[in-house]
Design a protein around this ligand. Sequence first.
Ligand SMILES: Nc1ncnc2c1ncn2[C@@H]1O[C@H](COP(=O)(O)OP(=O)(O)OP(=O)(O)O)[C@@H](O)[C@H]1O
Length: 266
Amino acid sequence: MSAAVEISGASLGFRGRTLWSGLDLSVQPGEFLAILGPNGSGKTSLLKVLLGLQPLSAGTWRIAGDRPVGYIPQQRAMQEALALRGVDLVGLGLDGHRWGLGLRGMAERRRRVAAAIESVGAQAYAKSPVGHLSGGEQQRLRVAQALVGEPDVLLCDEPLASLDLGHQRAVSALIDQRRREAGTAVLFVTHELNPILSYVDRVLYLVDGRFRIGTPAEVMNSTTLSELYRSKVEVIRIGGQIHVAGTQSALCEDEAHHLDEEERVS
Ligand SMILES: Nc1ncnc2c1ncn2[C@@H]1O[C@H](COP(=O)(O)OP(=O)(O)OP(=O)(O)O)[C@@H](O)[C@H]1O
């Protein structure tokens, strides 16, 4: 099986600072890869490379197939004055797809947009201007927009931010279903591994120019993360969840922040 995403000998740096280098990564069709790391470690920049928005400093990358990549951007609130409706926003995800002109093409387009909106449970407000919707509602429409084109590769940049627990579960389950049923490769940038832990095949963890790639068990352990952060990091598994406690820069999960504060107080 050929890889959906292939990155070889890749480096990226800005103004003399290397974000990461020597990165070799193949993501298979249907694979779910979580991309973790502290602020500024180059997670979003890696997605930008795969979107063709950011050239590599060295190395090569390739995305198989010719379907447009699906992309859920890091959330920014949409302007209140934005008159675009939810259905229009989701429909933008079909630009570049062709079913021919005429009524059949338009009916197919409408059918797909309606199905994508239903899949994220956004029917109630899909005809409202997106600028009037809550952050979570806007985010669900962005997910629908990214999935409507049935992409072979889905790039997600913290897609669960601003969603409540119920919708975090629904959106992650939807992304998981998509990769299982259609073989979409998922690259999912997140600061919170736990909501998606049961879906994740492998983790790419970036820290200060270094990285590790492996299964959650291979990467999310005290030895590996202490090596990556070059300081003592404790990884604790409780009730099927992973909590990371360590230095401030090592924080990935909120829980760890509290543990760290308690350690300092005592
Ligand atoms: N075009 C650019 N020119 C110069 N520096 C850049 C550019 N793009 C990103 N950077 C810098 O590269 C670093 C990594 O940014 P990036 O957004 O990839 O980090 P991140 O890991 O996604 O962080 P966060 O968790 O905060 O979202 C940052 O210090 C950022 O300022």
